[in-house]
Design a protein around this ligand. Structure first.
Ligand code: NDP
Length: 491
């Protein structure tokens, strides 16, 4: 069954990690993790936990909490630094399991492992910089000082589309700030999660500080509802995210959401079309369009439209779709046959609504998860230009003026990322200030971010959540306390 090579980690192939012990308890039965590129070669089996497993993991985290907080930032940073070394050393192994389960190319998967190492290193270093502030007071001898205390017991729920990096974006800052963690990963990528938990365990994390619970969405539901969990950081769909927000905030817990996107890329007539075409195709189709920051709408301004469409069509048609393990592959399969069915339905609906197909990738292997990247030209009446379709599909929209372009770009319930292609300084300045997105790129794709800069969206992409990554990551994972300190004796 398992096509996985033996991992360097001490973790078994499929198991929960609770209170420092690997456990194959399976109150929900066992499940098989599939390889979307090779459905007849499943990746491996894993146990399904239930609400009781989640409760056990929360109990382990509660037990570890005081000692982890008291251990101090130096001890915590050193563990993250060791985890960084292991992420680098195991990058190829992690990439393989990620590609086998998720389908993306080995290069894309390896990039996640390497950026995970960088995230751990960065967050470990950041812990050594002061976040305290001192304020003046009118009372002689008194000091007002803010300190950052850990948030508490933290639940982390992650999707399958960046199964290495998104968890590490959350786990690394949570741990270094002194919080014990319970992590429920996506069911499409459980064995990648085990390998990541193995990295942290092998880096020397004390028992109970990071707990991994495998199982269906209901396990995440149990975690979210547990009164002992002080905060939940979630990345995934809008519907699930809203449900989590309602449950956690109803009990005065803290919630951080990274949800969907419908990201525009505006191409102005003065754009460098070589740059724009490369960025649009990469942004729309890279990772098989399964990025929250993927380019969903391409807004062509004025007479750039026809040449842009022609050049995009050539590039999309030539994309190489295949098994992510083949170094020649640019676009892997979708994560599952179910995910493909949703994309096919959206494409059929777009055609029925009048979208014009300008490009479909020609060579696509047989298999239930392979989907030809598809480019449409159409209008704003198409459902596909409003609702997120999580696959390699994008639509070119044509407007005449800059005002129309900005209005159309912002005409969405989402606000995750946006990009513009132009060299006009006024237009660039306008884009930075007027595009309602948390991530704005100028002459770059809507996708991609650096781990040391804040990441997150506006509107339905993130609500009012604190930003992830960078030094802003600590805002969610810590509580600010203001202390008024004065001498205990009168002068
Ligand atoms: P889901 O919301 O279905 O799942 C995300 C995680 O939540 C999974 O671990 C899932 O478990 C779990 N879950 C499911 N139901 C519940 C529940 N009731 N309570 C608690 N946890 C639950 O999203 P997908 O995994 O399908 O991810 C795709 C979506 O995520 C897209 O819409 C995409 O836009 C968004 N996304 C956003 C990103 C961002 O940064 N803004 C980044 C990446 C993705 P299980 O897998 O077992 O169902």
């Amino acid at each position: 069954m398992a096509t996985l090579p033996r991992m360097t980690t001490t973790a078994p192939i499929g198991a929960h990690l609770i209170g420092g012990d690997w456990s194959t308890d399976a109150p929900g039965g066992t499940a098989v993790s599939d390889n979307p590129a090779r459905p007849d070669e499943p990746v491996g089996e894993y146990p399904l936990g239930d609400a009781g497993t989640a409760a056990q993991a929360v109990g382990a985290a509660v037990e570890a909490q005081a000692a982890w907080r008291a251990a101090g930032f130096g001890f915590r940073s050193r563990i993250l630094e060791r985890a960084a070394v292991l992420f680098d050393e195991r990058a190829d192994e992690l990439a393989l399991v990620c590609t086998l389960e998720e389908g993306k190319t080995l290069a894309e998967s390896r990039g996640e492992a390497v950026l995970s190492a960088e995230t751990c290193r960065y967050q470990a270093g950041l812990a050594k910089t002061s976040t305290e502030r001192i304020f003046p007071t009118g009372n002689p001898g008194e000091t007002i000082r803010t300190v950052r205390a850990p948030l508490g017991v933290v639940g982390i729920i992650t999707p399958w589309n960046f199964p290495i990096l998104i968890p590490v974006w959350k786990i690394a800052p949570a741990l270094v700030a002194g919080n014990p963690v319970i992590w429920k990963p996506a069911s499409n990528t459980p064995l990648t999660a085990v390998a990541i938990a193995g990295v942290f365990a092998d880096a020397g994390l004390p028992a109970g500080v990071l707990n991994l619970v495998l199982g269906p969405g209901s396990v995440g539901g149990a975690l979210v509802a547990d009164e002992r969990v002080d905060g939940v950081s979630f990345t995934g769909s809008v519907g699930v995210g809203r449900g989590i927000r309602d449950v956690v905030t109803a009990r005065n817990g803290r919630v951080q959401l990274e949800l969907g996107g419908h990201n525009p890329c505006i191409v102005f007539p003065d754009a460098d079309l070589d740059m724009a075409v490369t960025a649009v195709v990469g942004g729309a189709m890279g990772a098989t369009g399964q990025k929250c920051t993927a380019t969903r709408r391409i807004i062509a301004v004025g007479d750039v439209h026809d040449e842009l469409v022609d050049r995009l069509a050539v590039a999309v048609t030539a994309l190489k779709v295949g098994d992510g393990q083949d170094p020649a592959t640019a676009i892997g399969p979708l994560v599952s046959a179910g995910a493909r069915a949703e994309v096919v339905e959206a494409i059929d609906q777009a055609r029925a609504e009048g979208a014009v197909t300008v490009a479909v990738t020609e060579e696509v292997p047989d298999g239930p998860c392979y989907q030809a990247p598809t480019l449409f030209v159409g209008g704003t009446d198409l459902t596909i230009t409003r609702e997120e379709v999580f696959g390699p599909v994008s639509t070119v929209l044509h407007v005449d003026t800059e005002d129309e372009a900005f209005a159309l770009a912002n005409d969405t319930e989402f606000g995750l990322s946006a990009s513009v292609f132009t060299n006009d300084m006024w237009t660039i300045d306008r884009a930075v200030h007027e595009l309602r997105a948390g991530l704005i790129k100028v002459n770059g794709p809507t996708t991609g971010s650096e781990i040391h800069a804040p990441f997150g969206g506006e509107k339905n992409s993130s609500g009012h959540s604190a930003r992830e990554q960078g030094d802003t990551a600590q805002e969610f994972f810590t509580r600010t306390r203001t202390a008024y300190i004065k001498p205990g004796r009168l002068p």
